[in-house]
Design a protein around this ligand. Structure first.
Ligand code: DGT
Ligand code: CA
Ligand code: CA
Length: 578
């Protein structure tokens, strides 16, 4: 962490502590202000101090004599005495509770003095057992606010599935682009890297009149709380849950800032060592040789200055991408526009809501050449799985419909259940009549290892794809017990594809396993598992996983033209002599 940021945090903590102790509000706000100034300061205080000493620090707007002395003390000794004094008197864990809406320093002090509250757990206890409510000044309304605040606070500490953040960020970008002051805007952070979950959301802007841009941002519809609003940084909460940080940076540093704030941390640290080897310094402001800035306006420029080609954000995890870039062997990642169809959607025949016609129309609107309708099979009663008779009826309807359709084809599919003994929920005679058979485990007992039944299913010549191979649900369910490595090997051996289920709660297989699959020649198939037609957009999440897995167009079924795909789907049974 830079010294600026570290000091900014220390000053903020001192302010919290003094506030808790009920000290002079002017002192408190002096620390808060210094914290803000340091956070937004473009130069490193360390540099200023080295070049111009204490006087240099004092000349920073917003930093007075006493703050300058504390900064110097920190730079020289690595400590601030005042900070340690304050922290001795205040339980630090308790201070974090000041971030909870509804809990102010007075309330906290009261709980501390009268009820002996020292931790978040303590606080929750006195809230629940009514002892907090019995203190003077704690009305029912206030208690209710605190409870609501705590609930939001805990929710906000959880990571957010990428798919929930996605539409929010898109809306923000769209609104912000309307502002004439905004010259360029981009998401950064884990969101831009398409991680399956995100902490906070980071957005970067370059343009004129930063204060205006930030004000507009903090007033967007959906903002339920403003945490900070300055000239270069705004931080807000959308819909009581999503923290979004927006930074305005100078045009000549836009590429460097985008690079820095996209991360990941591990990637940035590795880049820094490369810069060092070349006698350069890289920061969020640019790439420097001595005091000369040699790059910063675009990311291409920044990577170029380090002798590297631009690296796609999804690869920036320090998982070999820097070495690959160095040797000019970065993959040509698949793009959303390469996708010719969705290979797993549900219709009204089972538990989906759309008719076959609606599905075809929406697929065509998205520019797809095909879409596979894979409803559940008979055993999956809770999802209205199709008995053979209804499946045959559906196949008839698809055939008729395809004759009238232009430019898009419905593929006759199923998401057939892999039963406990590894047999399938439809007989082979039925499976062989389908264009695409996606097989999946939906019902399992608590400690069951599902590996053997999935392996057995892959040996069936009519099974093309294993859907959501691990069964996990992001942040709610771990999935069934399964040896994924064995599944991947068997997929390679039998020519069965593995699914990247793009439904936002699944993203299964994940990036790591998908990459492993590619490495041993397994094809992957993206399906949104859409149950409602408004979810077809989630394809972009599946493509995100694919890109994080280093997949190129040739690694996926969805990039094939219709004929090529049908040919591929028939090849397994041919090879197996079925
Ligand atoms: P998240 O929010 O937990 O999903 O993950 P990120 O990657 O979005 O992390 P965040 O929001 O803390 O910071 C955004 C990026 O900024 C991060 O990926 C890398 C960069 N960054 C922030 N702080 C540091 C730091 O202290 N050192 C380095 N090298 N990079 C940092
Ligand atoms: Ca973030
Ligand atoms: Ca952030």
């Amino acid at each position: 962490m830079s010294k600026n940021k570290k000091l900014s945090e220390i000053f903020d903590k001192i302010a919290d502590g003094l506030e808790f102790l009920g000290e002079n509000p002017f002192r408190v706000s002096a620390y808060r202000k210094a914290s803000r100034v340091l956070r937004d300061l473009p130069e490193e205080v360390e540099e200023i101090f080295r070049k111009k000493g204490l006087q240099g620090l004092e000349s920073i707007p917003g930093i007075g004599k006493s703050m300058a002395e504390k900064i110097a003390e920190y730079l020289e000794t690595g400590k601030i005495k005042r900070y340690e004094e304050v922290m001795e008197k205040v339980p630090t864990e308790l201070l974090d509770l000041l971030d909870v809406q509804g809990i102010g320093p007075k309330t906290l002090k009261l709980a501390y003095d009268k009820l002996g509250v020292r931790t978040l757990q303590d606080f929750k206890r006195v809230l629940e057992d009514g002892s907090l409510a019995s203190l003077p000044g704690m009305g029912a309304k206030k208690i209710e606010n605190i409870m609501k605040g705590l609930e939001l606070y805990e929710k906000m500490k959880e990571r957010i599935p990428l798919g929930l953040a996605f539409p929010i960020v898109q809306d923000i970008l769209e609104s912000m682009k309307k502002l004439k002051e905004v010259k360029a805007i981009s998401p950064a952070g884990s969101f831009r890297r398409m991680r399956e979950t995100v902490g906070d959301l980071d957005i970067l802007v370059t343009g004129t009149r930063g204060g205006e841009i930030i004000r507009y941002f903090t007033e967007l519809p959906g903002v339920t709380r403003v945490l900070a609003a300055g000239e270069t940084k705004g931080s807000v909460i959308f819909h009581d849950r999503y923290q979004v940080d927006l930074r305005v940076v100078p045009e000549e540093s836009y590429g460097a800032a985008l690079q820095y704030f996209t991360g990941s941390r591990a990637h940035n640290i590795h880049l820094r060592t490369i810069a060092k080897e070349r006698g350069l310094k890289i920061s969020e402001y640019g790439v420097f040789r001595g005091s000369e800035m040699i790059a910063g306006r675009t990311e291409e420029e920044v990577y170029g200055a380090l002798g590297l080609p631009w690296i796609p954000p999804e690869l920036r995890e320090d998982r070999g991408e820097i070495e690959a870039a160095h040797e000019n062997r970065l993959p040509e990642l698949v793009e959303l526009s390469d996708i010719k169809g969705d290979l797993h959607v549900h219709s009204r025949y089972s538990d989906g809501t759309a008719t076959l016609e609606e599905i075809a129309r929406r697929a065509k609107d998205r520019g797809y050449s095909y879409i596979a309708v894979c409803d559940h099979s008979q055993s999956v009663k809770y999802a209205r799985g199709l008995e053979v008779e209804r499946l045959l009826r559906k196949m008839g309807e698809i055939k008729r419909l395809n004759e009238t359709l232009d430019g898009v084809k419905l593929l006759m599919g199923t998401e057939v259940d892999i039963l406990q003994d590894g047999t399938l929920d439809y007989p082979d005679e039925i499976l062989r009549e389908l264009d695409i058979v996606v097989a999946a485990v939906h019902i399992w007992s608590k400690n069951e290892d599902t590996t053997s039944r999935i392996l057995k299913a892959m040996e069936n010549p009519y099974v093309h794809v294993i859907a959501h191979p691990t069964g996990r649900l992001i942040s709610t369910r771990e999935g069934y017990r399964v040896d994924v490595e064995k599944i991947i090997e068997k997929a390679a051996e039998t020519g069965t594809a593995l699914e990247i289920n793009a439904y936002y709660e699944r993203l299964d297989l994940n990036d790591i396993y998908s990459r492993r699959a590619k490495e041993i020649g397994v094809k992957l198939s993206i399906g949104t598992d859409t149950h409602n037609i408004g979810q077809l957009w989630m394809m972009v999440l599946g493509v995100g996983v694919a890109r994080r897995a280093w997949l190129e167009p040739g690694d996926l079924l969805n990039t094939m033209e219709l004929d090529e795909l049908l040919e591929f789907l028939r090849s397994k049974r041919k090879r197996m002599g079925a």
